[in-house]
Design a protein around this ligand. Structure first.
Ligand code: FAD
Length: 399
């Protein structure tokens, strides 16, 4: 294994956190992710599933909501977020993303500044980010509608919150892509807010998913990141207190921008970890597998392929570090930087996993082999949290 150099030296605390995250990723996430990958989507979320134990162990480590980081500065926290996310992605991206998505409601509550919301929505719960709707995928992320055709009607919302006295009543559904959708206890619900005004508006609502009127669809069966549960959430006259509107319409665009910066940055960090994991596997195999009388690493084409993989992983990691440090500590985070890291890392993860499969030859295509899972996991990252081409259009609109 080559430990890719970071453009900084780590202090003692950072080295200890990195080591803990690496151990959790290697000892827990990698084997559990591989086991969950083979289970039917519905079986993966039954009460005996190790998925819940992964969430518990993550909380016990103090990683959920970065509780262990206490009084650290935003710069110190940003460095730890980069270190931890990369290690978890190296272990298993499906589980890393389940753990990351879980913190959304607590993060929204903390951002609202409301003590009451912070007490109700904590990192100890399994949470989710419910934004995508059956008729609004890319549309929901393209908050400024910069990639839309002007003058076209985007169509009706699938999920609408309406004020009713001291309550808000929610009706409709979010799509089958909501990460942790079938298992979440709480949701950060990004949806249309209809207060009878002429303009359609959006808000963010914190919802306890044990409320009457909430139901779930079947867990989504998919080709990759199978350890990441996804599923629809339905709302039938679900009533929440008016104070659970954590972000009102007038602050929605700025807030959504901040969330998209976080989400794209986290994706970048996590998938640079997957790219590194695929490289590690390929390098170890190339040293051990003999063909033509020598370990295959001695063949020119294998060497040059490994170098290309190394170069891409190193570049993705350096870009992530630089863009995340800038965005996580700046008063004016730049979505285009975050999108550049997401697109670079996911593309790199896919290309490196594919090259790793070539280095493994026939062994790499066998089910149960880590490489074939990594390739499937990497492929869907280029759609996840926004298709890369659409994200690129959104970024370029900000130049
Ligand atoms: C693994 C995974 C995890 C996810 N997690 C979550 C989650 O936690 N919460 C959640 O709410 N959602 C989640 N999603 C949903 C995800 O954000 C959407 O799938 C994504 O935004 C794309 O939406 P869509 O699938 O409806 O595709 P569509 O929007 O229908 O897009 C289809 C194609 O059309 C292109 N396209 C669409 N609009 C434009 C445009 N204006 N200009 C140019 N091209 C365009 C797209 O690039 C794409 O190629 C997840 C998805 C995946 C795959």
């Amino acid at each position: 294994m080559i430990d890719f150099a970071l453009p900084v030296e780590l202090d003692e605390t950072e080295l200890a956190v990195q080591e803990t995250a690496r151990r959790f990723a290697g000892d827990v996430l990698r084997p559990t992710g591989a086991a969950l990958d083979k289970l039917p989507a519905e079986e993966m979320i039954n009460g005996q599933s190790p998925l819940f134990d992964v969430h518990r162990q993550y909380r016990d480590l103090g990683f959920a909501g970065m509780r262990f980081a206490g009084d650290l500065t935003s710069r110190q926290k940003a460095r730890l977020v980069c270190l931890i996310g990369y290690e978890l992605g190296r272990g298993d991206v499906g589980l890393a993303l389940s753990l990351g998505a879980s913190n959304f409601p607590a993060m929204v509550a903390a951002n609202s500044g409301s003590r009451e919301l912070m007490e109700q929505f904590t990192p100890d719960q399994i949470g989710c980010w419910a934004i995508t709707e059956p008729d609004h995928g890319s549309d929901e992320l393209d908050v400024r509608a910069t990639a839309s055709h002007t003058g076209q009607d985007r169509g009706r919302a699938n999920c609408i919150a309406r004020p009713d006295g001291n309550s808000i009543v929610i009706n409709g559904q979010k799509s089958s892509w909501v990460s942790n959708g079938s298992i979440a206890e709480t949701a950060a619900l990004f949806c249309t807010y209809d207060d009878g005004g002429e303009e359609a508006a959006h808000g963010v609502f914190l919802v306890n998913l044990k409320e009457k009127g909430v139901s779930r669809g079947k867990p989504t069966d998919k080709i990759g990141q199978r350890a990441l549960n996804q599923g629809e959430i339905f709302f039938d006259d679900v009533r929440i207190p008016a104070g659970n509107m954590a972000v009102p319409p007038e602050r929605y665009a700025a807030f959504a921008n901040m969330i998209l910066v976080r989400a794209n940055s986290s994706m970048g960090i996590t998938f640079s970890g997957l790219a590194q994991a695929a490289f590690d596997e390929a390098l170890a195999y190339a040293k051990e597998r003999k063909q033509g009388g020598v370990p295959i690493i001695q063949h020119q084409n294998v060497k040059s392929r490994l170098f290309e993989m190394f170069r891409k992983v190193m570049a993705a990691r350096a870009l992530n570090w630089q863009a995340c440090m800038q965005n996580f500590t700046s008063a004016d985070p730049r979505l285009e930087y975050a999108i550049a890291t997401k697109v670079t890392s996911t593309q790199t993860a896919f290309e490196v996993a594919s090259d790793a499969m070539t280095i493994f030859g026939g062994a790499g295509i066998i089910r149960d082999h880590p490489i074939e899972q990594m390739l499937r996991d990497a492929r869907i990252s280029m759609i996840e949290d926004g298709c890369n081409d659409l994200l690129g259009l959104m970024a370029a609109e900000r130049f």
